[in-house]
Design a protein around this ligand. Structure first.
Ligand SMILES: Cc1cc2nc3c(=O)[nH]c(=O)nc-3n(C[C@H](O)[C@H](O)[C@H](O)COP(=O)(O)OP(=O)(O)OC[C@H]3O[C@@H](n4cnc5c(N)ncnc54)[C@H](O)[C@@H]3O)c2cc1C
Length: 492
């Protein structure tokens, strides 16, 4: 049985059903996909947005090939654009670098990625084993042993460039650049190693196309699903497990939990793991009647918006926003990044919108921890949206609100999700988009070497979601690894 129908649950279902196992997947929402879905947020508007996750880097080509998934991941022509305070900007194309240090830095992350990425779908290595596989002590020290802030400061002199690099360590992760926990390093690592390149590609048709392809494969192989079923308890003696929900129950040899570790603990009647997970982002989706003009007239908006457009994310601005949030305030000028899906893949828009020149925009604001939204959720949300819109407007030649598409009912097409709302909607604890802080792709515990990083205290209950070691993001990796753990445990 698989508890939760996120994309990882579907990957596990597909592998297990294809291996001849009998699989039942239960999802509490009315539809599957979890945070990897396409939806039409505005009634009467034919725009199928990737509502939560939107870019793919970590889904191994090997999983796509093994499952025969008919998906297209399209490379963006522009990697990133970042306006400078003086009105100019830094445009980075996908296959070039602004200067030699930049190129050398990302050549280093790419070398590490090429060594580390293939191990993510193999049994777990120890720190020393993975370090030996990487075979580059300087890179290992820079990315894994020492706070990311030190590395960034050593490699880059420019405040803006330092900020651009650091953002990959802060996606959904509330941390200082120099934090001793190295949470920012772990987040950074997963952002630069995907398929050995760290490139973030556009799923053609939206993220729902990835989930639909996985689901079709799982159902074709015989896996069964039930949606609208919220699991309320799991009991196990290590050999057989009993899964219960409102009005029903079923028994299984194995339970694969696609839910967060904190949710699994509750279902098992155990105390949740510490520290409590906390997400740290505000997510906005827009439909625009046209792309806004930029303050930087030297760059075509169609180029700037095609890649990751960094807004007020210099190193100093990121540090200031962190300190404001740490002291309990919504950052005054939200550091955020935006990206336009429809420039690379217009297929998510209906013909009327396409003809009218409409474009989608997704925005991810950093340093918005869940704690800011607990006491007064609505007021804090309004403040966070205001801070983000001000931030965007500071680099535009016209207010973003003037460019919003208006729905047939007269509603401007903009929506936002705080971490607290994500927690309620998707059961991501604290709105943490990775279910909990990301874990290193190796273990310091000798007893864990050779496991799949999905095991729990109960031999027949396994994690198969983002909260497993080497989980997080749209990767299918923990789903694959949980299936391998089952198939290797009881040879069929
Ligand atoms: C706003 C946002 C933007 C993101 N952007 C990106 C991105 O661009 N690229 C990227 O790679 N990653 C991104 N991520 C992260 C990524 O989407 C997630 O880490 C990943 O989708 C998690 O997948 P999963 O299958 O492990 O779990 P989930 O997608 O969380 O699915 C878990 C499922 O379990 C269900 N469930 C929970 N409790 C129960 C229960 N008791 N009974 C039954 N079902 C239950 C939930 O309803 C859910 O469907 C983003 C996430 C968010 C929220």
């Amino acid at each position: 049985m698989i508890v939760g129908g996120g994309h990882n649950g579907l990957v596990a279902a597909a592998y297990l059903a294809r291996a001849g196992r009998s699989v039942l997947l239960l999802e509490r929402r009315e539809h599957i996909g979890g945070a990897a879905v396409s939806e039409r947020p505005w009634a009467g508007v034919d725009a199928r947005l990737s509502r939560y996750s939107y870019l793919v880097s970590l889904l191994p080509h090997a999983i796509v090939e093994e499952l025969g998934l008919p998906i297209e991941l399209r490379r963006r022509s522009v990697s990133s654009y970042t306006p400078r305070p003086d009105g100019s900007g830094l445009l980075v194309h996908s296959h070039s670098a602004p200067h030699r240090r930049w190129r050398d830095f990302y050549a280093m992350t790419s070398r590490v990625g090429q060594a580390v990425f293939p191990t993510l779908t193999e049994p777990l290595l120890s720190r020393e084993q993975l370090r030996a596989r990487v075979g580059d002590d300087e890179a290992w020290e820079a990315l894994i042993e020492r706070p990311l802030g030190e590395t960034v400061e050593q490699w880059f002199d420019d405040d803006l460039e330092r900020g651009i690099v650091l953002t990959d360590g802060l996606i959904g992760t509330f941390a200082r650049a120099d934090e001793a926990t190295l949470r920012q390093n772990r987040c950074f690592l997963y952002h630069v190693i995907g398929n050995g390149t760290g490139m973030w590609d556009v799923p053609v048709g939206g993220m729902g196309a990835v989930t639909d392809a996985l689901a079709a494969t799982a159902w074709a192989a015989g896996a069964e699903q039930r949606t609208g079923v919220e699991v309320t308890g799991i009991e196990t003696d290590g050999e057989r497990a009993l899964v219960t929900w409102d009005g029903g129950f079923a028994e299984a040899d194995h339970v694969l939990a696609n839910v967060a570790p904190a949710v699994l603990a509750r279902l098992l009647g155990e105390s949740p793991p510490r520290p409590e997970p906390e997400g740290a982002q505000l997510k906005l989706n827009f439909l625009l009647s046209r792309l806004p003009r930029l303050r930087d007239a030297a760059v075509d908006p169609r180029e700037a918006f095609a890649g990751t457009f960094h807004v007020n994310e210099s190193y100093a601005q990121l540090a200031a926003a962190y300190e404001q949030a740490e002291s309990g305030r919504v950052p005054e000028l939200a550091p955020c990044e935006i990206y336009c899906h429809s420039l690379t893949d217009p297929s998510i828009l209906g013909p009327e919108l396409r003809q009218a020149g409409a474009q989608t925009l997704t925005c991810f604001s950093l340093h918005m921890p869940a704690r800011l939204f607990r006491a007064n959720p609505e007021a804090a949300k309004a403040e966070a949206i205001g801070s983000t819109l001000r931030s965007l407007d500071s680099v535009l030649a016209e207010p973003i609100e003037d460019c919003l598409w208006i729905s047939p009912s007269g509603e401007p097409c903009i929506e936002a999700r705080t971490p607290v709302e994500l927690e309620a909607e998707l059961r991501m604890p604290g709105g943490n988009i990775f279910h909990r802080d990301l874990a290193w792709p190796f273990t310091d515990d000798e007893a864990e070497v050779g496991t799949w990083g999905v095991e729990t205290a109960h031999p027949n209950v396994l994690l198969c979601g983002a909260g497993a070691r080497r989980g997080g993001g749209v990767s299918g990796i923990p789903g694959h690894n949980a299936a391998m753990a089952v198939l290797n445990r009881v040879p069929s």
